[in-house]
Write a protein of this length. Structure first.
Length: 433
């Protein structure tokens, strides 16, 4: 921890150093308020030609907001929707899991009935055939799918993944669209900000591959502009240093109901953790020790502390989520047999095109490439009886995890079983209110 704290102090990325220097000049000209004084306010960046920045409040700062209600839970509960072919498991064992809208809508409505706090969906851009095998590339769009679900739900937070650097996104479009969805959902819209991690994605949009840390610098410019468009009471102008878009006299209405939508990021690199620490309310983390649950429980406390320490360096607090693949049956033998059946049907054709420089997926990827872990899926695997599954989730919370974003192999029946047999145990343990 001491070594990491030293790294935070001495090795700030280029865009953070520039952000502080330019922002401080702007503050001296316009206001005495320090945006670093409140945990709910992100540190903005600007330039000499830009409109002075205003503070942007987190939705968690509003006690009546859906985000504040979710954060009040001792352990947040979410579902990782299978809007892509194959779900999260590279296995051909028969199952009901389907990428269709109706199937996923039913899952979301079931989660809402069970009292889950949020659902989440990925975004992927793949050539014909996808990754291969069961991951054949068929997929819904995350943003459009969850936008449609705002009209079918009442309470649950809907978090869509967006590649903010890929065209045709312009900050003005993005700010307007997301503010509208925040209005429709009454403050239940969430955004998982990603910068892209596969060369083929960049090429599909006509880009050369962008260096890893530079992507975060460009995403920071984009998100600074979007947040100001949400918050500015008057027209807003902004000229980024790295990106091609510009803003001149731009304005967005309606304003988000509770400051801004929920912001999420999944990361593992130094630049990514720094970005998440500055902007995100929720950080998806992965186990540095791979998918085996007991090894993960040993490694997670230090990793969680690293992320939260980085946020506190900016005067902010973040929540951490992790993605367990849950295989739960009435007996341990049944659960293990089902796990083994999934592995026995491992689809060796899957992920043969996978190529990523995303640090969140580097640790343990070689292990996941082995048939067993690839077939099962998830960042960590929890296999056992309802009591054993609940016990592992309780231990994840004790390790510093603030929420679990669940995946299942056969989503519909497995979610039903989790709600009937595991959720009451989490309630009894005081992790759900």
């Amino acid at each position: 921890m001491h070594q990491h704290a030293h790294s935070i102090g001495k090795q700030k990325s280029f865009f953070v150093i520039r952000a502080r220097r330019v922002f401080n000049r702007s503050i001296e000209r316009t206001t005495k308020v320090s945006v670093l004084s409140e945990p709910s306010v992100a540190e903005p960046r600007t330039s000499s030609a830009a409109t002075p920045f205003v503070p942007v409040a987190s939705p968690a700062a509003f006690p009546e907001s859906p985000v504040a209600r979710a954060f009040a839970q001792p352990l947040m509960l979410g579902l990782f929707l299978p809007i892509q072919a194959g779900g999260w498991s590279a296995s051909t064992l028969p199952r009901s899991t389907d990428w269709s809208f109706d199937y996923n809508a039913a899952l979301v409505q079931k989660c809402e009935a069970l009292g889950f706090d949020l659902v989440f969906a990925l975004s992927q851009w793949l050539p014909k055939g996808g990754y291969g095998g069961v991951f054949d590339g068929q997929a819904l769009d995350s943003f459009m799918t969850l936008a449609a679900l705002t009209a079918r739900t009442e309470r649950i937070i809907l978090a869509a993944t967006t590649h903010v650097l890929y065209g045709p996104w312009h900050p003005l479009h993005f700010a307007k669209f997301t503010a509208t969805l925040d209005h429709i959902s009454r403050g239940r819209w969430g955004i998982n900000v990603v910068t892209g991690h596969r060369a083929v994605e960049h090429e599909m949009f006509g880009w050369n591959r962008i260096e890893h840390d530079r992507r975060y610098e460009m995403a920071a410019e984009f998100l600074d502009a979007v947040q100001q468009l949400w918050a500015q009471p008057d027209n807003f102008s902004f000229e980024p240093e790295l990106s091609a878009w510009r803003l001149q006299g731009a304005f967005v209405t309606p304003k988000p109901r509770y400051g801004r939508p929920l912001l999420i990021n999944a990361t593992g690199s130094d630049a990514g953790i720094d970005f998440a620490a500055r902007y995100s309310d929720v950080v998806f983390i992965t186990s540095p020790a791979g998918p085996q649950i007991d090894r993960a429980l040993e490694a997670l406390p230090a990793h969680v502390a690293r992320v939260k320490t980085a946020a506190r360096a900016y005067g902010r607090e973040v929540r951490t989520l992790i993605n367990p693949m849950v295989i739960c049956r009435e007996t341990a033998t049944e659960a293990r047999d089902y796990h083994d059946a999934i592995v026995a049907h491992a689809d060796e054709g899957s992920f043969h095109r996978f190529d990523s420089d995303a640090h969140a997926w580097r640790g343990g990827f070689e292990d996941r490439a082995k048939a067993a872990s690839r077939a099962v899926g998830g960042n960590i695997a929890i296999v056992g009886t309802p009591e054993e599954v609940a016990d592992k989730i309780i231990k994840l919370h004790a390790a510093g995890i603030d929420g679990v974003q669940l995946s299942f192999y056969d989503f519909q029946p497995d979610l039903d079983f989790f709600g009937e047999r595991v959720l009451p145990l989490l309630n009894e343990a005081g992790l759900r209110r």
